[in-house]
Design a protein around this ligand. Structure first.
Ligand code: IMP
Ligand code: MG
Length: 186
């Protein structure tokens, strides 16, 4: 029987909302200093980065613009396929821009390595990555990520924008999803 309370589907809260907000303030202070006078373009990767983008961008004091990219590499599985498809491209011309990609999580790194290559060919003045979470043990390709929130184990996590099959994005913390949720899913 499916429970309607999200918390029954979690084994452990990994990072609390308060810890995330404190970390984002730290990262924002570095970004404020690094990008002073540069009017960077923050590019969020839909949909997982929505919450990180909302909180990170509001922790900044400098002028920024934001844009969004939608790619898919996952479906409802918990493993990256490595096949990336653009579902929504940017509205902004990257030529001469200082671009900071904002991601929820770097898992295998396959999505970001593809995005970095794609963006590099569009003539950006600089290109960096900010990721709230990173799973070092799951890396299949090395990503040079300048701003990292938390290194976490390779468990599948949800919350703070991260989903399993489009659910759990509204959970305020980052939590490990109980295996019974995806093992019994049809
Ligand atoms: P990668 O290509 O394996 O690095 O994964 C990229 C995308 O997969 C992330 O932006 C997430 O949307 C999704 N993803 C990877 N790991 C998790 C997880 O533990 N929970 C939820 N989504 C994840
Ligand atoms: Mg994502």
């Amino acid at each position: 029987m499916e429970s309607s309370d999200i918390r029954n589907d979690l084994t452990e809260i990994l990072v609390t909302e308060a810890e995330i907000h404190a970390k984002l303030r730290e990262l924002a202070a570095r970004i404020d200093a690094d990008y002073a006078g540069k009017d960077p373009l923050l590019v969020g990767v839909l949909k997982g980065a929505v919450v990180t983008m909302a909180d990170l961008s509001r922790a900044l004091s400098i002028h920024v613009e934001t844009d969004w990219m939608a790619v898919s590499s996952y479906g409802s599985s918990t493993k990256s396929s490595g096949v990336v498809q653009i579902r929504k491209d940017l509205d902004t011309d990257l030529a001469g821009r200082h671009v900071l990609i904002v991601e929820d999580i770097i898992d295998s790194g396959l999505t970001l390595s593809w995005l970095l290559e794609n963006f590099a060919s569009r003539g950006a003045a600089s290109l960096e990555v900010c990721a709230l979470l990173r799973k070092p043990d799951a890396a299949k390709v090395e990503i040079d990520c300048k701003y990292v929130g938390f290194d976490i184990p390779s468990d599948f996590v949800v919350g703070y924008g991260l989903d399993y099959d489009e659910r759990y994005r509204n959970l305020r913390d980052v939590a490990i999803l109980a295996p019974h949720v995806y093992e019994t899913a049809s």
